[in-house]
Design a protein around this ligand. Structure first.
Ligand code: ARG
Length: 573
């Protein structure tokens, strides 16, 4: 299906062309004053300069060409040269009905679209997931689903941190503690050992050096470490999957940095062939500084002086690997802003080496940190890093506390609902702001039952459920929109008709917050309708049927928004 704005643009463009103006001026957008009109075309204002004519004249010319048609109720020219457009009620009703019968719910589907790979989540082996991983997981998952909702192919790759110094530190510490007799590994042991080894490496230079050399030996395939490393990876992945599962975050590929290792020889050959490698104090580097750089961009280290692969090496080799395995139009890295320089180096190296076609886009979507209400990075009460599973437990407990008076559910269902509410609160609380901003983690604000929160959205869906539960199944299945009986309904219908724009906007701007905002606006429009209307007790049969249809359609759209944001609804609240 096309968007309403596209259909209106077609009509308006035709009118501009008929008057001899450029077609680009016929662009129709959603009105920014919905109280005045539904749509507007501002082309006359932009065209005034080119045609040396007053915008009012151009607008009147074009508006005059709009003939009676099935879509448009009224076209008005308003100073200084706007063309305001209002739809026919009947058209609006039919459009919303057709969205409801469209398998894609009114979202235009891309044709022959290129595949986008998302690198997100990015946990590390032997380190528990902490709140820092939360944002990458939440934002990346939403973006992946947004891409898919527009008919494009998205691939999610977790890009596990399994190949760097942290692994060497853990292996060195295991060696110190147990020699060759390493006991069966558990995630508790790994979670305890990494912070310990990391602290130890800061005061014990010899230990750090050994950890580095173990990392290099592991990367070269030394069997002395390969087995323990494999067990570490398996245990960590199991643990990480459990938490991501709770969060409703999943990946198509669980590749790690280590998987790129197989592509390193070929990569080095390309870099050599193109004479991009230079020696720098025993390391091999690629110069990537550019004359226009405002801040220095140091060379990318491809092989360290002890022969090991660094973080940049694995990322560059991974680009090569991805290019070999998939046909990609774009790669999006959902990683926090502190790694921006790293990605600048990696992308420039990949471009210089021509590892990917020029047309393949590489994008670092850098997000801010998770802060507490005080604006400082979010910590546990004792000042430690908050683990993700603890955070989920804390917010779930908060949701459970609020549900203590709900008596329609058994304890298990209650707990499951509380967890869904908690996750909705966290995800929406994060996604409602543009990802580039820091996220202020404020449980009370996230859990508020009014305003732009996940809880309000779940509540709106649950409210619709409770209406629909009171209606006969047969009545529900056959209900359809019959007419528009109030301004509030017209507003709600228009919101429903414009949801496709929000999905496309969220995709084009890579901004889930656009979808969050729209979900909120839709829920608010429904709430207004709900408060003004006696839905179930409406005596007029046609009106009642229409009201029920509005409930059903609004619920479907809200669910589509929530699902795309990675948020699960609850039946009752
Ligand atoms: N695992 C890394 C970390 O925790 C993030 C990886 C980001 N993705 C990438 N392709 N480098 O810092």
């Amino acid at each position: 299906m096309k968007l309403l704005t596209e259909l209106l643009t077609d009509i308006m463009t035709e009118a501009f062309v008929q008057c001899g103006y450029d077609r680009k001026y016929g662009q129709v957008v959603i009105s920014d004053r919905l109280d005045l009109c539904q749509f507007q075309c501002n082309g006359a204002l932009s065209g005034a300069k080119q045609y040396k004519k007053s915008p009012m004249l151009i607008a009147s010319d074009a508006a005059g060409k709009i003939k009676e048609n099935e879509m448009i109720h009224k076209v008005e020219v308003a100073p200084p040269g706007f063309i305001n457009i209002t739809l026919k009620d009947e058209y609006l009703l039919n459009f919303v009905e057709s969205i409801n019968h469209d398998p894609f719910m009114g979202i235009p589907q891309a044709e022959q679209a290129e595949t986008i790979l998302l690198d997100y989540g990015n946990p590390n082996v032997a380190k528990p997931l902490h709140v820092g991983h939360l944002r990458s997981a939440i934002i990346g998952e939403a973006l992946k689903r947004i891409i898919r909702a527009t008919g494009r192919t998205a691939i999610g790759d977790v890009h596990l941190g399994d190949w760097g110094l942290p692994i060497g530190l853990v292996l060195a510490e295991l060696e110190d503690r147990y020699g060759k007799n390493i006991p069966p590994l558990t995630s508790q042991l790994l979670n305890e050992i990494y912070p310990f080894a990391s602290a130890k490496s800061k005061r014990d230079k010899a230990f750090l050096k050994r950890a580095r050399s173990i990392t290099a030996r592991l990367q070269k395939g030394d069997p002395a470490y390969a087995g323990t490393w494999r067990r570490m990876v398996d245990i960590s992945v199991e643990d990480i999957k459990r938490t991501f599962d709770r969060l409703g975050v999943s990946f198509d590929y669980w590749y790690g940095e280590s998987n790129s290792s197989a592509y390193l020889p070929a990569l080095l050959e390309i870099l050599n062939e193109k004479q991009l490698l230079t020696d720098s104090e025993g390391a091999k580097v690629v110069e990537v500084a550019e004359a226009t750089d405002e801040a220095p961009v140091p060379p990318t280290i491809v092989v360290k002086s002890n022969g090991s692969e660094g973080y940049a090496t694995t990322d560059i080799a991974t680009i090569y690997q991805r290019q070999k395995n998939f046909t990609l139009g774009e790669i999006w890295y959902v990683v926090d802003f502190r790694q921006h320089l790293h990605f600048t180096q990696v992308f420039r190296t990949a471009r210089k080496a021509e590892l990917i076609p020029k047309t393949t886009k590489l994008e670092h979507l850098c997000f801010g940190t998770v802060n507490g209400k005080d604006g400082k990075p979010f910590k546990t009460r004792d000042g430690g890093v908050m683990q993700l599973s603890d955070l989920l437990d804390t917010v779930t407990a908060c949701a459970l506390e609020r549900m203590k008076d709900v008596d329609m559910m058994d304890e298990v269902t209650k707990y499951e609902s509380a967890e869904k509410i908690a996750i909705a609160a966290i995800k929406f609380g994060d996604l409602i702001n543009h990802y580039s901003k820091d996220c202020i983690f404020d449980i009370d604000k996230f859990m508020a039952s009014e305003g732009k929160t996940g809880v309000y959205l779940l509540y709106t869906v649950a409210r619709i459920n409770s209406i629909l539960r009171k209606v006969d199944e047969a009545d529900l299945n056959s209900c359809s929109l019959q007419g528009i009986y109030s301004d509030t309904e017209r507003e709600l219908l228009l919101k429903l008709a414009l949801c496709g724009n929000a999905f496309i906007g969220a995709y084009e701007e890579k901004s889930p917050n656009i979808l969050c905002e729209n979900a909120y606006q839709l829920a608010a429009a429904f709430s207004k309708f709900y408060h003004e209307t006696h839905i179930l007790h409406e005596p007029d049969g046609m009106k009642r049927e229409s009201y029920l249809a509005l409930c059903v359609i609004t619920k479907e759209q809200l669910l589509k928004h929530l699902n795309t944001l990675g948020i699960e609804p609850v039946e009752v609240m």
